[in-house]
Structures are given as structure tokens and as C-alpha cells.
Design a protein around this ligand. Structure first.
Ligand code: BG6
Length: 509
């Protein structure tokens, strides 16, 4: 674990509650679970945006309530002309809507006191002055954490601004995805970022890597001897990474119109998860080893063939404010990709995601090859319910299931699909889960880049995306509440999508 040496050495107090105990005992990356001891000024760019409201403010509030924030001030900034009271109201209603658990006045008061709002209209010097004034209130020199929760086209200007305002010393910067919009813009942004920051200051966030269940893929694969021997082309038929959403684009249409499902979800989250599934065992659980292995997967990815892609748009999308009437932005995408290396050659990876679909789910499903011959008579049921699967559910209440054929009790030899299931919510640790953003903000304050992406990997992902970005297939309309355009079935045939599940997850008794 590569943490800031300044931050080491102060263990959590036992009385900070269950989250602190989890951080000490159960954290995947930092079994020591040291709290960031150095005071921080966190500057939140895009502080009135959707992400800030849904995830960042509730996440920071949760960390504050759990005693997992160091001594810190939060400087919220955006282009909206608001006074501090108005911003506090926005922050409070965001936390009321999206934070977990009851918000007591005491916890809220403590959190609100940390937040100062600076409108972008005060210019870069207004922001810098506020940061410096707040820094002067600490006894020791604080660290700066800049969170750039802004769309890709705004990233250049903000990075430059930070440089000009002299806010880069003692600083770390979290950059939101998508990082650029294609290979060219990603390279440009990376070179600008390198002019202003050193590499170890930059935290390119992909919140899927902060999900407990995504990290469990690593634990499952590399902490056990059971599955690794069959984790290859000899035994695996195909892999699905499927993230349908019931949410529409709603107030984000201006952002989404420029982005679309591929840039928003695939080149970012789904391919990062694919790397966790496909990578070779890293030599250590630290950023360089993990990123080396992920980047090898990305280097082996074949360029995305537009012929293996289905793009869809839900009916009515073009009626939303900020969307062009003839928009061909995709709100759905399904594709097949291949990793051309010894472990995976010939094993298709099917990826799917979209808005306004029938169900919200986030699953990774590994389909094993069927036995080469069957001794079971016709009509026994063997093979009728698809191959054996290992399924990771990446939802916050994460689950894992291994399905297989077993004998139905009674006379004869009828076979049914059975499953072994593990659900995090059935364990005593379930209250301890950190939401992905909480986990990653916490890691970045401790200087731990293990669960962040790096420039080389991101550029390679844009490189393999170029054929699709240059020659996107036409978008096909689909009904709100469906599973996407019918062509997504042909894409995967003769196999079929796991979702919707034929059997539900077992419920806790
Ligand atoms: C975000 C995308 O990065 O991830 C959103 O911009 C998407 O469009 C979201 O809804 C999904 O994340 P989660 O954690 O809710 O699965």
C-alpha cells in the first residue's frame, strides 16, 4: 500500500464506530486502515452538479459522521451565484435525499460548519484567497484535495486555473471520468495535467473500482486457490458485464448529449471491471503492480469492431431539454469485445448498459464450458438452463453465486439448476460497507492510488475505441422499460443474456 508517509502512524480510535473498525480490520487495500491524519482543504468543483448532490456531498457527510474525515474545510465552488446559506440548503437537501441513515442536527451542524461556498464569478483569485484564509486556521500546513466533478470539456480550464492560482502545492487532484472524449483529447489532457501536477498527485477516479463487490473480484480470484486454475479459455465460454439502469438521463441531458452510453459507462466503468476479471495475478496489492496488469489486459484488447456493437436510444430521449431533435447519442450500448492473449483468446466478453431499461442491475457473469459429453438421458434436464455460471452482483448489497446442475430429490435422474450463494447483507459486516465514492475519497486523502486508473490505461482504452467512435453504427430506438433494441439478442446469440434472471437471488430468511 502506497500511502502518504505523513498520514501513517495514527490508527483509528476504537470508539469511532463500525466504519472505523472496518477500515482497520477489513479494508482490502490497507489492512492497517490508517486515517488520514493531515488536515485537508477539499475544493469541490462542480459543487451544484448531479454527482455532487447524489454522491459526493452525501459521501463526505457520511465520512464526517463516521469520524473518517481528517480535520478539514470543504470549499464548494460552481458557476452558480449563491450565498453560503443557499449552498448549505442545497447540501442539506441533497443529503436528506441521498445520504444513508438518519441525519441528526449534531452531525449535520458539524458537517455544515466545514463547508464554505465560493461562486466561480469571484474568479480564480477569489477561490485561492478563500482556500488560503481557511488554511491559515490550521496549526499545521494542510493538504489540498481538488475534486474535479466537471464535464470533460471543462477539465482543461480548471487544471490550468489550479496552476495559475498556485493551488497545486501540497495538493492532490481527483479527476472524474470520462477522462477526455477520445484518444486525442485524452492525450492532450494528460499532457496538460503533467505540466501542472506530478503523477502521484493525480487520482483518476472510476467509482466502479471503489465498489466493495468489484474489489471482491480481486479477493475471490487471488486470495483463493480454487478458481484460478479454471479461469481461462479452456474452461470459460464467455463473460458478461451487464449494467442496465432504470434511471433515465433526467437533468443530466446536457452532459449526456455530449457523452452517450459508451463514453459514460463502457470506456470507463465496464472496461475497468473487465480488467479486474481478466488480469493476471499482480505481484503486489499496490498501484504499480495492479495498473501494470490492468494495462496488459488493455493492450491485449482488440480494437472495438463497430460490427460487434448495437447502439440504442430510448423513445422520447430527443424530447428532453438540451437534446437535439435529431440527436444520435446512444442511451444504450451492447458490444462484444475480445482479449487477444494466451488466457483469453477466443473467449468473447459481452458488455451491455443503458438507460430506462427494464431493471437496474450490475452483474459480472462468467459462463463455464459445458461438459464435452453427457451420460444423462434426454429429458433429464441437463444443459436446459444454460451453462454453469459464476455471478458477481456489483450492487451495494453485493452478492456472489455459483450455479450448477444437481439432482432433483426423488426417483429417477432429473436435474435442476441449483446455486451456492453468498450475500454481503447476510453477514455481520453489512453495515460497515463504504459506498464507492466514500472509499475512494478516503483513499485519495491517504495518498493511495491502488483503486485509481492511470494515464496509460486510459489512453489505450480510447485507442481501442477509435474505430467505434469514428464509425458508430446507427442508433436503434427502444421502448422505455424494455431490455434495449432487439438486435442485442443477435449480438450474443446463440448464447443469451443472463438478465433478467430466471431465478431470483435467495432472500435472507
Ligand atoms: C456514472 C454514470 O458514472 O455511473 C451514470 O455517469 C450512471 O450515468 C452511474 O448512472 C452508475 O453508477 P452506480 O454506482 O449507480 O452503478
Amino acid at each position: 500500500m502506497a500511502a502518504d508517509p505523513e498520514d501513517e502512524g495514527r490508527p483509528f480510535d476504537d470508539d469511532l464506530g463500525p466504519l472505523a473498525v472496518l477500515a482497520r480490520e477489513g479494508s482490502l487495500i490497507d489492512p492497517g486502515g490508517h486515517a488520514p491524519a493531515t488536515p485537508h482543504v477539499i475544493v469541490l468543483f462542480g459543487a451544484t452538479g448531479d454527482l455532487a448532490k447524489r454522491k459526493l456531498l452525501p459521501g463526505l457527510f457520511h465520512l464526517s459522521r463516521a469520524g473518517m474525515l481528517p480535520d478539514c474545510h470543504i470549499v464548494a465552488t460552481s458557476l452558480d451565484a449563491l450565498d453560503e446559506g443557499e449552498y448549505h440548503d442545497i447540501a442539506r437537501s441533497a443529503c436528506d435525499e441521498f445520504a444513508r441513515g438518519l441525519i441528526t442536527n449534531e452531525h449535520w451542524g458539524e458537517f455544515e460548519r466545514r463547508i464554505t461556498y465560493v461562486s466561480g464569478h469571484h474568479g480564480v483569485h477569489g477561490l485561492a484567497d478563500t482556500v488560503r484564509t481557511l488554511e491559515a486556521t490550521f496549526d499545521t500546513e494542510p493538504r489540498r484535495l481538488h475534486y474535479l466533478s466537471i464535464p470533460p470539456h471543462a477539465a482543461d480550464a480548471v487544471v490550468r486555473t489550479l496552476g495559475e492560482a498556485g493551488l497545486t502545492d501540497r495538493a492532490r487532484v481527483i479527476m472524474e471520468k470520462p477522462f477526455g472524449t477520445d484518444l486525442h483529447s485524452a492525450r492532450q489532457l494528460n499532457s496538460l495535467v503533467r505540466e501542472v501536477f506530478d503523477d502521484d498527485q493525480v487520482f483518476r477516479i472510476d467509482h466502479f473500482l471503489g465498489k466493495e463487490a468489484a474489489q471482491n473480484i480481486l479477493a475471490f480470484r487471488f486470495a483463493n486457490g480454487l478458481f484460478e486454475p479454471i479461469w481461462n479459455r479452456q474452461h470459460i465460454d464467455h463473460v458478461q458485464i451487464d449494467v442496465p439502469e432504470t434511471l433515465g438521463v433526467e437533468s443530466r441531458s446536457a452532459f449526456y448529449e455530449q457523452t452517450g452510453a459508451y463514453r459514460d459507462m463502457v470506456v470507463t466503468h465496464l472496461l475497468q471491471v473487465l480488467a479486474f476479471v481478466a488480469m493476471e495475478p499482480p505481484t503486489e496489492l499496490e498501484p504499480r503492480s495492479i495498473n501494470e496488469e490492468k494495462n496488459k489486459v488493455f493492450r491485449s484488447l482488440r480494437p472495438i469492431d463497430p460490427g460487434n456493437v448495437v447502439r440504442g436510444q430510448y423513445e422520447g430521449y430527443t424530447h428532453a431539454d438540451g437534446v437535439a431533435p435529431d440527436s444520435d447519442t446512444e442511451t444504450f450500448i451492447a458490444l462484444r469485445c475480445e482479449i487477444d492473449n494466451w488466457r483469453w483468446a477466443g473467449v468473447p466478453f459481452f458488455l451491455r448498459t443503458g438507460k430506462h431499461l427494464a431493471e437496474g442491475a450490475r452483474i459480472v457473469s462468467i459462463a463455464f464450458r459445458e461438459p464435452p459429453k453427457s451420460m444423462f438421458p434426454a429429458g433429464s434436464g441437463v444443459g436446459t438452463q444454460g451453462p454453469d455460471h459464476l455471478t458477481f452482483d456489483l450492487a451495494d448489497a453485493s452478492k456472489l453465486s455459483l450455479s450448477f446442475y444437481g439432482k432433483r430429490p426423488g426417483p429417477g435422474m432429473k436435474l435442476d439448476k441449483l446455486s451456492l450463494q453468498f450475500a454481503l447483507h447476510e453477514t455481520e459486516e453489512s453495515d460497515n460497507v463504504l459506498e464507492a465514492y466514500e472509499r475512494l475519497i478516503h483513499d485519495s486523502m491517504a495518498g493511495d492510488q491502488t483503486l485509481f486508473t492511470n494515464a496509460e490505461g486510459i489512453e489505450r482504452l480510447w485507442e481501442v475505441s477509435q474505430p467505434l467512435l469514428e464509425h458508430p453504427p446507427e442508433v436503434q430506438l427502444y421502448r422505455v422499460g424494455s431490455w434495449g433494441p432487439p438486435a442485442m439478442r443477435e449480438l450474443i446469440a446463440p448464447r443469451s443474456w443472463r438478465l433478467p434472471f430466471e431465478r431470483g437471488w435467495r432472500q435472507k430468511r
